[in-house]
Ligand binder design. Structure first.
Ligand code: GDP
Ligand code: MG
Length: 180
């Protein structure tokens, strides 16, 4: 989970897991560490959901931003997993979100854009904002952690992302011990 502070990363994790495991807060900038949640399916470990600290949060100044940049660079340089890039559906045109999206695309990180807090939009805003997001990001999914809207579709998309090889795996030469 990647996104600006307060976009709803922790709330979405809790909604997806139907448990309160991630700490949420109305005050931005609370998650300063990456938190890992192991998801089991049929009693077996299935995937890890990782709640990363939010970007675009000024408090803590340059040191905090550098800390975040370093964390993100190290994390994704290791080719770990796919990203759900969360954007607030009320603010579909933020530069910080678009820059994060371009960074992920540039670094070959598989990425799904998720528009959060859909319940806060009127019907007219939904049409307009989802239209803006469609034009910026391919196939964004709209969700609400509050009402549960869109969560089934998001689980389906998570399963699809998990089946994609990571960039490193995709580029790795075939394992000789596995060839005939
Ligand atoms: N109405 C509504 N509020 C939400 C939703 N998701 C998150 N919030 C609120 O947005 C604020 C920030 O959420 P949080 O999950 O802590 O954001 P994070 O900083 O990205 O982890 C909290 O006050 C949440 O209750 C949503 O789907 N609908
Ligand atoms: Mg959080």
């Amino acid at each position: 989970m990647v996104g600006r502070s307060n976009v709803g990363k922790s709330s979405l994790i809790n909604a997806l897991l139907r448990q309160t495991v991630a700490r949420t807060s109305a005050a931005p900038g609370k998650t300063r560490l990456a938190n890992f949640y192991e998801v089991a399916h049929d009693g077996r470990p299935w995937c890890l959901l990782v709640d990363l600290p939010g970007y675009g949060y000024a408090r803590g100044g340059a040191a905090a931003r550098q800390e975040f940049d370093q964390l993100a660079a190290d994390y994704f340089a290791a080719g770990r997993g796919s990203v759900l890039l969360l954007v607030d559906s009320r603010h579909p045109e933020l530069d910080a979100d678009y820059r994060a999206f371009l960074w992920l695309v540039d670094h070959g990180v598989p990425c799904q854009v998720v528009a959060t807090k859909l319940d806060k939009l009127t019907q007219a805003e939904r049409r307009r904002h989802l239209g803006v997001l469609e034009r910026r990001y391919s196939g964004p999914l709209g969700v609400s952690a509050q009402t549960g809207e869109g969560l089934e579709a998001l689980w389906t998309q998570i399963a699809t992302l998990l089946r994609q090889p990571s960039p490193q795996e995709a580029e790795a030469p075939p394992n000789p011990s596995r060839s005939i």
